[in-house]
Design a protein around this ligand. Structure first.
Ligand code: FAQ
Length: 330
C-alpha cells in the first residue's frame, strides 16, 4: 500500500559513441555545463528521472513538516515557537518551489499528489521516525537539515535549470534551519544533566536514520550512474554520506555528545572517518512502508487533502465564475 519499495531499472549508461546524434548533442551540452531548460529537447529517461527525484524531494518537504509540526504547540518558549513555525512554513515553501520545478517537465501537481497519496511515490525515509522529545527538534535541525544541505548544495549545480535554481533558494533557508537546530542542542547540552541526556538520546535515535537519508550504498544505488552522467547528481550517495560524517562528528564533540557508533574512528590515511555499516535492512523496511510512522504520515497527508477539498472546489468555482464574467463583459 505504501509502495516505497526500491525497484531496479538496471539500465547501463551509454557512451557518446553509442548515442544517436540528438542524444549526443544533449549529452555534450550537459558535459559543457549548459543548463537544460523545460522547452529544450531531453531524453525521456532524463525527464522521468527528474520527475521522480524532484517530486520525491517535494513530497519529503511536505511530509517533513509533520514530525516538527508535532512540537509547535509544545515549544518551550514563545521565541522557540515562533522560530519553529517559521521553519515548518519554510518547508512548505520548499515543497511548492519543487512542485513548480517538476511541473515544468509536464506533470501536474494533482498527478504528483495522487502518486504520493496512493503510495506510488516515495518521500524521504527520515520522516517516518517519531519526534518523542523537544531535543528531537534540535536533532532534526542539526542532523536532518544538515544532511539535506550536504545533498542539496551539489544539486544547485544540477543540469536542469529549474531544479538548480530552486535549490539555490532552498539551501539558503536550510542553513538557517541547521543553525537553529544546533542552537537547541547547544542550549540543552549546556543545561542540566537531564537536558544533556535528552540531547544524547535524540542523537542516538537520529544518527543512523540521518545517514540513511543519502540513499542506499553505491553498490545498491540503482540510478546513480545515469544521474551522474546526466549531471543531475554530482556525487554518489556514499561520497555525500562520508562528507556528512566528517562534518558532523566534530560538531558532536563540541557539544560533548558521543556518536552512537563503536566503529567510528579517524582514518589519517584517507583523511576521513571510518564508520560502521548502516542497518540496510531497517532502511529497506522503512522505504517499503514499514517504518515506525509511515502509516501515520500517510494518514495525515490524506486527511489534509480531503479536508482541503471544499477549498480547492471553491477556488475553482471562483475562477470559473471570474472567467465567465470576463467573457460576458467582452
Ligand atoms: N528515502 O538509486 P538511488 C529534507 C530510493 S529533504 C526514501 O540511490 P537516487 C528537507 C530512491 O528514490 C529530504 N527512498 O536513487 C527537510 C530509489 O527508488 P526508486 C529529501 C529513498 O534518486 C529537512 C531507490 O531508493 N531530499 O530533508 C531514499 O539516485 C527537515 C534507489 O536509490 C531529497 O529528496 C531515502 N532516503 O538517489 C524537510 C534530495 N534514498 O525511485 C523537513 C533529492 C533512496 O527507484 C524537515 N534526492 N531512495 O523506486 C536525491 O538526491 C536522490 O533522489 C537520493 C537518492 C540521494 C535521495
Amino acid at each position: 500500500m505504501y509502495a516505497q519499495e526500491v525497484k531496479s531499472t538496471g539500465k547501463g549508461v551509454l557512451s557518446l559513441e553509442e548515442m544517436d546524434p540528438v542524444e549526443r548533442a544533449f549529452q555534450e551540452k550537459v558535459n559543457a555545463g549548459v543548463k537544460i531548460e523545460p522547452k529544450d529537447w531531453m531524453p525521456e529517461g532524463y525527464r522521468k528521472t527528474l520527475i521522480r527525484q524532484i517530486s520525491q524531494h517535494a513530497h519529503s518537504e511536505i511530509v517533513g513538516q509533520l514530525p516538527e509540526g508535532n512540537w509547535i504547540t509544545r515549544a518551550p518558549t514563545l521565541e522557540r515557537k515562533a522560530i519553529l513555525i517559521a521553519k515548518v512554513q519554510d518547508e512548505a515553501g520548499h515543497g511548492l518551489y519543487l512542485y513548480c520545478a517538476a511541473e515544468t517537465l509536464g506533470v501536474s501537481r494533482d498527478q504528483m499528489t495522487e502518486q504520493l497519496l496512493s503510495g506510488k511515490a516515495k518521500y524521504s525515509s527520515i520522516f517516518n521516525y517519531p519526534t518523542l522529545t523537544w531535543a528531537d527538534i534540535g536533532a532534526i535541525g542539526w542532523l536532518v537539515d544538515g544532511a539535506a544541505i550536504m545533498n542539496q548544495v551539489p544539486l544547485q549545480r544540477c543540469s536542469f535549470g529549474p531544479y538548480s535554481r530552486a535549490m539555490i533558494r532552498v539551501c539558503k533557508e536550510e542553513s538557517f534551519h541547521q543553525r537553529q537546530g544546533y542552537d537547541i542542542m547547544m542550549k540543552l547540552c549546556a543545561g542540566t544533566l537531564d537536558q544533556k541526556a535528552m540531547a544524547q538520546d535524540a542523537l542516538d535515535r537520529w544518527w543512523w536514520p540521518s545517514l540513511m537519508m543519502f540513499g542506499p550504498s553505491d553498490a545498491q544505488s540503482v540510478h546513480s550512474a545515469q544521474s551522474l552522467a546526466w549531471k543531475i547528481k554530482q556525487d554518489t550517495n556514499d561520497e555525500l554520506r562520508q562528507k556528512f560524517v566528517d562534518q558532523t562528528v566534530p560538531q558532536a564533540k563540541y557539544l560533548g555528545l558521543s556518536v552512537p557508533d563503536p566503529d567510528l574512528k579517524w582514518n589519517e590515511e584517507k583523511g576521513g572517518h571510518d564508520f560502521g555499516e548502516v542497518d540496510w535492512e531497517e532502511f529497506f523496511q522503512v522505504v517499503s512502508g514499514n517504518g515506525p510512522c509511515n502509516a501515520d504520515r500517510m494518514a495525515a497527508r490524506r486527511k489534509a487533502w480531503s479536508d482541503g477539498e471544499w477549498f480547492r472546489d471553491a477556488l475553482m468555482a471562483h475562477a470559473e465564475k471570474h472567467s465567465a464574467d470576463k467573457v460576458a463583459a467582452e
